[in-house]
Design a protein around this ligand. Sequence first.
Ligand SMILES: Cc1cc2nc3c(=O)[nH]c(=O)nc-3n(C[C@H](O)[C@H](O)[C@H](O)COP(=O)(O)OP(=O)(O)OC[C@H]3O[C@@H](n4cnc5c(N)ncnc54)[C@H](O)[C@@H]3O)c2cc1C
Length: 441
Amino acid sequence: MSTALFWFRNDLRLTDNPGLRAAVEENKAVLPVFVLDERLLQRDRWGFLRMGVYRLRFLLESLQDLKEDLQDKGSDLCFAVGIPEEVLPKLAQEHGCRALYASKEYAHEELQIEERLSKDLDTHFYHSGLLVNPDEVNFAIDKVPEVFTQFRKRVEKYSEVPGTLDPPEQIPTVAFTASELPGPEAFGYELPPQEQRAVLPFRGGALQAYNRLDHYLWDTGALASYKETRNGLIGADYSSKFSAWLANGSISPRAIYQEVEAYEAEREKNKSTYWMKFELLWREYFKYITMKHGRKIFFKGGIQDKAVRWKDNPKAMRKWMTGTTGDDFVDANMRELLYTGYMSNRGRQNVASYLVHQLKQDWRKGAAWFESCLVDYDVSSNWGNWMYASGVGNDPRDRVFNTKKQAKDYDRDGDYRRLWLQEERSPEAFLEQYMQAELAG
Ligand SMILES: Cc1cc2nc3c(=O)[nH]c(=O)nc-3n(C[C@H](O)[C@H](O)[C@H](O)COP(=O)(O)OP(=O)(O)OC[C@H]3O[C@@H](n4cnc5c(N)ncnc54)[C@H](O)[C@@H]3O)c2cc1C
């Protein structure tokens, strides 16, 4: 038996990780690696940091937790910063590994990396972030239903969500010198002060993901009223907040799905428990839409190739980003995002609609700003939802949110707006600081 690299991507866990299981079973030793892609620490075409401080901090915490889990299995994490398709072949050569095992990704840049790696190494990619794999759905990728309801019904009717895989018992590991993980400061990022108003402190790692799952299901039973509370705006438990851990794969969607079913069997099954599974299918749907449409999810005209004349008004964009547009519901939401890296689903829909339909700015700028800020950024969910909100995606209707009415319906007493808008500090100054980080060295 030979040795292989196991490359962690958005699957930062040992449990329910099919690629890791295969790598361990098929090789005498593995080298577990994470490469922080330096391109993500740089600025995008709009001048935004691709990965802002909230997600970087969360990622490094997740890696620390992963490292400790690996150590418990007699292994460790090899951490590098660079370009994965350059770093990984080098590491393979240094450690005498010919094969590389990893989770599969679906978006354009990630696929390009996979392609390049396949030229140098014997690569094995595994689906590990889906409820149902492409060979277990009853449609081909080029026939993925465009309408969510059709997609959901087909998956619900014809596919079963498999159970989760146990972590490997032990992880025999290639000899290497592991080092301490850096903090965000090492990359020139300045940590913002802990925000007391944040819905959650969001700590990264599988342990925290499972704690959150326990809290939301078993400790509080919040799951049983999810459908009624999910449009909330304040506090930890109006929605699950699973998204951040799902995004970097500290927990798999199957693990959550399975736990919801256990809750239904042991405690209570109702509309709300079903609705959590329904929302996980939205996540799944956008992954399949990404598989089907490739690069188009990043195009100006979206997957519809729609010709829209967007305006380019940097001042309006900046007001949106700093929550100073004058629309208090939009502003409160945008400040929450700026100060914490999180925003509710209700908020996201409203601010996206406002940017696109009121300010008429290119939707891709909004999506890119979310990409920078969100602690739970997920390429398919983000760009898919943005296309959807902008009328260039899977919803051909131009859904315009009336933000004044939405504020009345969802923030009747104004508590949410007061929470984020009554303050001394200047969001402009905060934004300046946020934008200043850069790759050290
Ligand atoms: C413009 C816009 C951008 C978005 N960007 C992202 C993103 O980058 N990453 C991300 O995970 N979600 C994104 N969403 C979807 C959704 O807002 C978040 O998943 C949700 O608010 C996260 O909070 P939660 O975990 O408490 O969700 P819950 O309401 O508890 O839902 C449970 C899980 O279901 C999934 N889910 C729920 N709603 C959606 C949805 N509309 N689309 C896809 N999956 C969903 C998520 O995995 C979520 O964790 C975006 C939505 C909009 C409108």
